[in-house]
Design a protein around this ligand. Sequence first.
Ligand code: PMP
Length: 448
Amino acid sequence: MAEIPKTRRRTKSREWFTRAQESLVEGVNSPSRGRAVYSLGPVVIERGAGSHVFDVDWNEYVDFMMAFGALIHGHAHPAIVDAVVQAMSEGSHFAACTVPEVEAAERFRRMVPGAERVRFANTGSEATMLALRLARAHTGRAKLLKFEGQYHGWYDPYLLNAHAHPPEALGPPESPARIPDSLGIPEGVFADVILAPWNDVEQLERVFREHGSELAAAITEPVMANLGCIPPRPGYLERLRELTHAAGALLIFDEVVTGFRYAPGGCQQKFGIAADISTFGKALGAGFPVGAVAGPRAILDRMEWHDPMVLHYGTFNGHRLTMKAVAANLDLLMANEGAAYKRLNELGDAAIHGLRDVFRRRRVDAIVQGFGPMFQIYFTDRPAIHHYRDYCAHVDTRKYSYFVHLLLERGIYMTPSNGLHWIISTAHKPADIDQLFLVADEACAALG
Ligand code: PMP
């Protein structure tokens, strides 16, 4: 691939990234932010306002990454800033019962279907960890059904086949090769994990025939968001719901990405499917670190203090500032009868259609997949990407990375990792997506 033309001054970004590498592993605090993804080194970000970010060299970008989806109202929304700044002067955290956590929980329960109870944690990973422990305790079973290509955080039992691999390494769909995503996980951890392809009803029915009675739970992202954006095939999630129910296993919807994004009640509401347990993070905190597990009393109350019980501790659970941000965030989302969702969906759909037009006009083999406020671009000759195996075999992730670097050089901020997705926030304006179309058009011309 041709060298990326450097059109923007990056002197200070380079200086800071060099310094960062002296103290931090690879100069970052998560591998998704460093050289594994940004071939020129990351842009060091200094400030954000609404839908825009500024780097340390004062280059301005329209931000479509939005902190991996955490910023549903963009950067420094005045209502979030006010709520947190005022609370800060009263004391940041007490690790005690507080008013803000009650107010946040009440709003949460009004929005999320089936949330008789909610438990707050600090990250999506913590939420999915807890969901699995609750499911195992509730069913008295150990096994977990996990789908290829799905990511549920960095907890040991979830960390296999989340990363893409060459198709020849994947094994047959009825018996996928089990590929850990990290060193340091004893093999025994995966003994209770059943791995299956996603979006494939035949394989799903086979798994339930063979293992249904042993399963504590099946966990799924309702829209796959860690290989870009892959919606479920019609009827797939409904069948998963029927099969888990019939097997006495719990259905966990991992809504860490989808929650509060597609609808007030996430994909449970969007698709009309009731999960037994749902997990949240990202958009719930409007930029503050948060995770949440929701479900019926019969399951969540297993955490009540008696012997035996499901243990979930955490010094920072229900952090006071975070709870203030959560309540302000949910108020914004529900204001004017949920006008925010109309805006997110309309602007997102316009971005998707406009990008498709650009690729069509420029005769670039690329599809834009998703709907509303979350989507991804795949350089592929396929009409759609339905699952992990499609992604591993048919998506040119190097071309995508090159394309995004071209955008970065022209004022669009996005991660070059094809596994992530484009995010529309309520702060985005039609002018932002017009700029995206212009820049994408230029980048297509530069792709050659
Ligand atoms: N579940 C899903 C579906 C996710 O996408 C992520 C993060 N990308 C997580 C869980 C983990 O969340 P966190 O990074 O907040 O730990």
